[in-house]
Design a protein around this ligand. Structure first.
Ligand code: GLV
Length: 356
């Protein structure tokens, strides 16, 4: 008797023409519309599944896995995978994969766009114009901070951090400083034009600080009231990684009292909800987690996730060897002391857990 075809759950509408490739080997149960799942709904969807293709909005841990005896693989469509409890997946024998590399440059573009928009008050200027205030123009209307020639601080120096460093150094003549769980090889530092400093020096010297590090319990609120107080007065903060890296109430305070000039946020602690304290501020640019959202890159992410899932389930040219497995060992993070929590790979620029 022929072996039963594996069943695959696809949690959200992705690109049908790419997801349909799974139908060559699997029975596919794909969401026809965007769904916000609770734990019970995810558990129900996984109950008869051999594999799943999910986005970062689906949180999966021991509870969701408890009644999924057949499940063998979860392919996350995203580079960050803090929505998955990797230790629980490892314990259940479920392979997890992510989608690094294909989104690096697109996400770095968005980081730079937010930096420019925050520092040069683009969102605020546009609202002001649309609200009909132009007749009140004066020579000091919408004065912002320069980006070219300033000091760019990058916290987290994986692939996306390096792509941002290149833009800053080679494109905008910036002095680029970074802090990371470990120092890059000198040749890489030279190529991206960035210098390693400790966490406090990064905070004290950056005119513009970009967060590009993975989120984990060790990096929770790494930018809180204490870190914000050490930042250069009038600095800009940009977060394209994960909302939980920043204590948003402390940030809202620092923006309201002028300690920081501006911020650009693509990620939030409670997304899709955004704190009213942030929404009320004029000097923060807010985007809805669109770091990798170009047409080409989102398609490339889905293709990579589909390939990873097929391989993890034993099909295709990479059968049994998905290109991007993640394990609990890789779930590492920078801490405020600059020490390394966890036991990840050395910083070769190929860090698997990089967010955003
Ligand atoms: C998006 O945030 C991702 O991790 O891919």
């Amino acid at each position: 008797m022929a072996a039963a075809r594996p069943r695959v759950w696809v949690s959200q509408p992705l690109f049908d023409d790419i997801v349909d490739q799974l139908a060559a080997h699997c029975d596919v149960d794909a969401a026809a519309q965007v769904v916000q799942y609770d734990a019970a709904a995810i558990a129900a969807a996984l109950r008869d599944a051999d594999g799943a293709l999910v986005t970062l909005n689906e949180r999966i841990g021991a509870t969701e896995l408890a009644a999924a005896p057949r499940l063998r693989a979860i392919a996350n469509v995203g580079v960050g995978y803090n929505n998955l409890d990797i230790a629980a997946l490892d314990a259940a024998g479920v392979v997890a994969t992510n989608t690094p590399d294909v989104l690096t440059e697109t996400t770095a573009d968005l980081g730079f766009a937010l930096l420019m928009a925050a520092a040069r008050r683009i969102g605020e200027s546009e609202r002001w114009l649309r609200e009909g205030h132009w007749r009140q123009w004066s020579f000091s209307t919408m004065l912002g901070a320069d980006v070219h020639g300033s000091t760019l601080g990058i916290l987290g120096m994986g692939r996306i951090g390096q792509a941002i460093a290149r833009r800053g150094h080679h494109g905008f003549g910036m002095k680029v400083l970074y802090h990371n769980r470990s120092r890059l090889p000198e040749a890489v530092e030279r190529e991206v034009g960035a210098r390693y400093v400790d966490f406090d020096a990064l905070l004290a010297q950056a005119d513009h600080l970009l967060l590009v590090l993975p989120y984990s319990p060790a990096s929770h609120h790494i930018i809180g009231a204490a870190a914000l107080a050490k930042m250069k007065p009038g600095a800009t903060l940009v977060n394209i990684a994960r909302g939980g890296l920043v204590d948003e109430l402390a940030l809202a305070d620092a923006l309201a009292n002028g300690r920081l000039a501006a911020a650009g946020l693509d990620v939030y602690e409670g997304e899709p909800d955004v704190r009213p304290e942030l929404l009320a501020l004029r000097n923060v640019v807010l985007t809805p987690h669109i770091g990798s959202a170009s047409q080409a890159t989102r398609r490339a992410m889905v293709q990579l996730a589909v390939d990873n899932l097929a391989a993890a389930l034993g099909f295709g040219p990479q059968a049994g060897r998905p290109s991007n497995p993640v394990t609990a060992k890789q779930t590492t993070a920078i801490t405020t002391t600059g020490a390394i929590a966890g036991a990840g790979k050395a910083a070769t620029g190929k860090r698997p857990g990089t967010s955003a």
